[in-house]
Design a protein around this ligand. Structure first.
Ligand SMILES: Cc1cc2nc3c(=O)[nH]c(=O)nc-3n(C[C@H](O)[C@H](O)[C@H](O)COP(=O)(O)OP(=O)(O)OC[C@H]3O[C@@H](n4cnc5c(N)ncnc54)[C@H](O)[C@@H]3O)c2cc1C
Length: 284
């Protein structure tokens, strides 16, 4: 999305077809060891020297970094300018001075590997700057709205699959001579999962339709991000409980959903940060 929305024609031509076909894998380098929620407090520096920028710094928690070919890296051309100095660059894996650091082990989402990015006098051609100097914060804010909507859509798919599986299990699993779904305490969990899923769907469709109509949906994206991620964790806990001891084993993979779900209230801005954004839009 950042390249599509802010890239030059040459950048679009060079990267977009291959990113769309899967020939190139992309990564996003915003977070640093000392700046997470405070994304624009980043310290990675970019200094112009002739036709290049020289980038120095370390990025962390970069999803897909071990496999990625091209990265969106946010750096500052002048730290004293705060968010006004933040600038976006397209960095290719083979640029001199760039390397992918150690793999980061995590509790879930293990099929999406993660690593650090290390930039040591990394030479980035001027034509790989995305937008103008100091435009990085605006680019980040714009694309994070898309990110929040699109990532949450995949959780909605997970909620649908999980609900179907829980209904099936509750019909088949019998205790005390009848299907566990006939016990109101199990049925209620499934009903709550259904209500969360349908609410999540409406919140996501609201973001999508607003983006289509007006282009902006910052508060709506924050509401959807907050609600869908927290609902996903609640539904994952319900799914484990419905499966009893089998839910705690790896057999039905509901424990895997639970491990994966925990990341959703952290990445793309934590729940606390989404609440801050919504509060700001309410004038608080
Ligand atoms: C699975 C996963 C994938 C990720 N992928 C990427 C990626 O591809 N690229 C990338 O750049 N980053 C990525 N991240 C990093 C992610 O964006 C950060 O982890 C997140 O922004 C939080 O930053 P932090 O971990 O440094 O926590 P911190 O910012 O240190 O926060 C610690 C705690 O303090 C709270 N807190 C902080 N500030 C405030 C505040 N102002 N008000 C209230 N509470 C506050 C937070 O909500 C949190 O609970 C990923 C993270 C995860 C878990």
């Amino acid at each position: 999305m950042p390249i599509l929305r802010f890239g030059s024609d040459a950048q679009k031509e060079r990267y977009l077809p291959k990113l769309c076909s899967g020939e190139l894998i992309g990564g996003n380098g915003v977070t640093e060891p000392d700046s997470g929620s405070d994304a624009f407090g980043l310290a990675t520096s970019a200094k112009r020297e002739g036709n290049y920028y020289i980038l120095n710094g370390t990025k962390t928690f970069c999803t897909m970094a071990p496999a990625a070919d091209v990265f969106m890296v946010f750096a500052t051309v002048d730290k004293r300018k705060g968010f006004m100095g933040v600038t976006a660059f397209i960095v290719e894996r083979n640029f001199p001075g760039f390397r992918v650091g150690r793999d980061i082990e995590k509790m879930g989402l293990r099929t999406a590997p993660m690593a650090e990015l290390i930039l040591e006098d990394c030479k980035v051609p001027v034509e790989n700057r995305l937008g103008k100097e100091g435009n990085g914060a605006a680019i980040f804010e714009d694309t994070v709205e898309w990110e929040r909507g699109c990532i949450m859509a995949s959780l909605l798919g997970g909620m649908e699959r999980q609900l179907e599986q829980c209904i099936k299990y509750s019909r088949e699993r019998k205790q005390f001579g009848k299907a566990i779904g006939k016990y109101q305490s199990i049925a209620n969990k499934i009903v709550d999962m259904k209500v969360r899923m349908e609410t999540a769907r409406l919140l996501l469709y609201n973001v999508a339709s607003r983006k289509q109509a007006h282009g902006k949906a910052a508060m709506e994206a924050a509401i959807a991000k907050l609600y869908v991620s927290e609902s996903w964790i609640k539904s994952c806990l319900d799914a484990v409980q419905i499966h009893g001891g089998y839910g705690f084993t790896t057999e039905y993979e509901v424990e895997r959903d639970l491990r994966d779900s925990i990341g959703s209230t952290l990445y793309s801005g934590t729940s606390e940060i989404q609440r801050n954004i919504i509060a700001r839009y309410l004038g608080l």
